[in-house]
Structure formats: structure tokens, C-alpha cells
Design a protein around this ligand. Structure first.
Ligand SMILES: [Zn+2]
Ligand SMILES: [Zn+2]
Length: 345
């Protein structure tokens, strides 16, 4: 099969012929029809994660089952499927409780094993991790859910429990942030989007943000306070820096909820967080990490009904060759939307 192979951390990726993966025990092999490129793929390419090289990245995917491993009971060849980027082991206490997104023995295609920038990919613990794609939903739309969209959905619906009429501040109008804007609007919340980039804010406004704030040194919390009469009910930090985390917390009204999605990597030292405000105003601080397959049906129902349209974030579709050229520069990619790969191209 053809695959985008990274020989060593930071080296120029190449499209090569490599052996097709077989279905592991309890898992499946999938013919990849659509797969999204995200910044995490760039981190894997750069060697920031514990990936072993040579490596094939890719973790946002949808396709058709071509082989079913021993012990799989719920799936058959020909099924249209997608997966969350975190695949649980399928048998620990968290997986059995429907929270595979925090499984201590999780597999992540494109990180713990070869991913979906290829014609075929292997997936583990299929009975727990696969999600069926309804006929009305196309493969590219399904692939666009796997990482950023599902992460935003889980953050707002599963964690912060955003309700109609509440104010939401979204810090960072990238993939997660723009997904959050769309989901919040579908839930009937009012949205303020914050970003350093004017174009990203223009996209946020197009997708339904009520207000946008340019982070150009402006006092974001006081601007949010003015717009909302005392702060937003919920804030999501989709960037993950000391500044954005603090802005998100200080933008909340009393008893508000923060969802932290941006990773705040400890590489820059542990971030200072305004905990005195958290205590004094009884704020809830919630972490959110991906989404389990068990939570997909609610999200997919909204997509089938047309009230959520993740495909609006797909900006372009490219082939594997173009993807190989693009990956090393993806940290500087300026497009606000998603880049989809068609591995047959
Ligand atoms: Zn598990
Ligand atoms: Zn991703």
C-alpha cells in the first residue's frame, strides 16, 4: 500500500510502498477514505511525542472495514466506520465505564502505531472504539470529527454542560475553537471568540460567534465582562498557554466553568494559574481530553439532523504527495479550516 512515511524525527516525509497492516486480535483493518491533518501530526513528525520511527502519522480518519480480527463481534467487512483519536484498551475500569478517552492503556493511531496517512490502517479493540457512520454522513465529514470536533463537543457538552442562553468565551479560533463556536451555537449559547489572528476571527464570526475580540494586548477579561454583564458562564482555553488559561479563568462570572483543552506543555515550566479567583468565585476547573466512542451517537444525531455541520470546517482536500510536502510546515499553516487527505490520490 502507499503511505506517507517519516523515516526519522524531523526528516522530509516520503510516499512509499509499505506492507498493508493486518487486523490485530480484537481489532480491524480499515481502508482509509478520508483522513485529516492536524497540528498533533506535526508534533509526531517533529519527534515531540514518543513515536518510534519510521512512522506513519494520521489519527482523524474514516473508511471501510476490509478485515476483522479474531474476537470482534460487532463489526463486519464493508462497514463504514470512524474512531476517536484515543482508542481505549476495551477492558479496563474506564473503558467499561464509557470513558475510554482516559484509558491508561490507550492506543492512538498515528502515535502508538502507524496511522491513517496511508491506504490502510489497523485499529485496536474494535468493539469498544469503532463508531458506525450513517449513510447520510460522508467519509470526509466523519473524519473531521475524530480529533478537534469531538474534543470540542466533549468539552462543552460532556464536561461544561453548556446550556441555551449561556455565554461562552472561546479562546483560540483554531480547529477546536471553531468547532466549539459551531457546537455552542447549535446548543443555543452566545459566543465570544478570542484570537490573535484577524482571519481566524472572521471565520469564527461566519460560523456564528456573536462577538470577536482580537488578542492584541487588550484586557480580554474586562472586554468579556463588558459584553456579558459580569463574565461568561463558561470559558474554553483551546490554546494552552499561561496567558490564555488566565484570560479564560478571569473572563468567567462567579460560579463559572473553565474547560481546559489546550495542553499547557510543562516544557515551559508549570504554568501559574489564578487559583485565588477559582476559590473566591467558586469556579469549576475541568480538564477535557478527546471523547470516547460511547459519546458519539449524540453528536452524530445532531449532524444527521443538520444542526451541526463539521464539514464547513473542511478547507481543502489533498493527496498523499502534497501531504508529504505540507507536513513539515504545518506548524506555520495559516488556514483556519481543516485539511483533508484522500489517500487514493
Ligand atoms: Zn482501557
Ligand atoms: Zn488531531
Amino acid at each position: 500500500m502507499r503511505a506517507l512515511v517519516v523515516a526519522a524525527a524531523g526528516s522530509q516525509p516520503e510516499v512509499r510502498d509499505v506492507p498493508r497492516p493486518a487486523a490485530p486480535g480484537g481489532g480491524v483493518a480499515v481502508r482509509v477514505v478520508a483522513t485529516g491533518m492536524c497540528r498533533s501530526d506535526w508534533h509526531a513528525w517533529a519527534g515531540h511525542d514518543e513515536v518510534s520511527f519510521p512512522h506513519v502519522p494520521g489519527h482523524e480518519l474514516a473508511g471501510e472495514l476490509v478485515e476483522v480480527g479474531e474476537g470482534v463481534t460487532k463489526w463486519k467487512v464493508g462497514d463504514r466506520v470512524t474512531v476517536p483519536f484515543v482508542c481505549g484498551c476495551g477492558h479496563c475500569e474506564w473503558c467499561l465505564g464509557g470513558n475510554a478517552q482516559v484509558c491508561p492503556d490507550q492506543e492512538q493511531p498515528g502515535f502508538t502505531h502507524w496511522g491513517s496517512f496511508a491506504e490502510y490502517v489497523a485499529l485496536h479493540a474494535a468493539d469498544r472504539n469503532l463508531v458506525a457512520i450513517p449513510e447520510q454522513v460522508d467519509f470526509a465529514t466523519a473524519a473531521s470529527l475524530g480529533c478537534r470536533f469531538a474534543t470540542a463537543y466533549r468539552a462543552l457538552v460532556g464536561r461544561a454542560r453548556v446550556t441555551e442562553g449561556e455565554w461562552l468565551t472561546v479562546i483560540g479560533a483554531g480547529g477546536v475553537g471553531l468547532s466549539a463556536v459551531m457546537i455552542a451555537r447549535a446548543l443555543g449559547a452566545r459566543v465570544i471568540a478570542v484570537d490573535r489572528n484577524r482571519e481566524a476571527l472572521a471565520v469564527a464570526a461566519e460560523l456564528g460567534a456573536d462577538h470577536t475580540l482580537l488578542a492584541d494586548g487588550t484586557d480580554i477579561p474586562s472586554a468579556v465582562g463588558d459584553l456579558t454583564g459580569g463574565g461568561s458562564h463558561v470559558a474554553i482555553d483551546a490554546v494552552g498557554s499561561e496567558q490564555t488559561c488566565a484570560d479564560a479563568i478571569l473572563s468567567l462570572r462567579r460560579r463559572g466553568r473553565l474547560v481546559q483543552v489546550g495542553l499547557l506543555p510543562p516544557i515551559g515550566g508549570h504554568p501559574r494559574v489564578p487559583m485565588s479567583r477559582v476559590i473566591g468565585w467558586e469556579l469549576d476547573v475541568l480538564g477535557s481530553h478527546g471523547m470516547a466512542a460511547t459519546d458519539y451517537p449524540g453528536m452524530i444525531a445532531l449532524i444527521e439532523a443538520g444542526s451541526l455541520q463539521p464539514q464547513r470546517l473542511i478547507e481543502r482536500t489533498i493527496g498523499l504527495g502534497e501531504a508529504a510536502e505540507l507536513l513539515p510546515r504545518f506548524d506555520q499553516a495559516t488556514v483556519a479550516g481543516m485539511t483533508m487527505i484522500d489517500p487514493t490520490r
